[in-house]
Design a protein around this ligand. Sequence first.
Ligand code: V07
Length: 257
Amino acid sequence: MKLEEYVVFTNKKTDAQQLDPTNIPNHVAIIMDGNGRWAKKRLMPRIAGHKAGMENVKTITKTASRMGVKVLTLYAFSTENWKRPNDEVNFLMQLPVDFFDTFMPELIAENVRVKVMGNIQELPEKTQKAANNAMADTADNTGMILNFALNYGSRDEIQQAVKQIAKDAVNGTIEVDAIGDALISDYLMTGFLGEYADPELLIRTSGEERISNFLLWQIAYSELVFVDEFWPDFTPAVFERSIGAYQKRNRRFGGLK
Ligand code: V07
């Protein structure tokens, strides 16, 4: 029996069909974990896992864009990742270059706008250039924002925001009494996202159930979905299942429903 016949026969719906198109999260953030373990399972070097992970970024970017997601934030490199072996860090720093060399035409065709947040100035020159070129070349695109967190750490981000807020209070740009949720949001690296700064959904792959210094302020009310698949195995069907899990949950914000 073909899938379509099975669907009619059982009256069950596939992952994709079950989704409510009016309740797609605007902002989805993903911790793309498990690339090294994916490679190890196949007796391959860790960098092969990172390469496969990068290919999957392309697939999931297209899926999210077509579903109607407005912002997709991907944790590509944390401030902790510098502790990895030199060879691995060097390989990782080449990935943004390869990503845009091979994916730029499709990003333009999909009308996707690329942004990169994190301490970019600490990255190798070639990595910075790739990121800056991609942002410039897609600046006029009006579709989904593909937002890479690169050399990003949320405590770092909060520290930088607090310092800037303090400076602006001292120099009179802002009133101390104006410091509240909205102002703090504006000073964080996601401030440019405006009403979409906070993800409605955070996904982490590969069975780990931690936040690991990612978007600490922004996920205050996010639904957290943890899936067992390693990032290279996080297919569009698994993505759809994750959105389905999001749609099933009641979002209360600590107040009345
Ligand atoms: C990286 C692949 C995905 C899994 C996580 C680890 C390895 C895409 C990028 C990227 C980053 C910035 C940018 C364009 C592409 C990337 C790193 C690692 C460091 F502007 N994937 N990917 N960057 N991996």
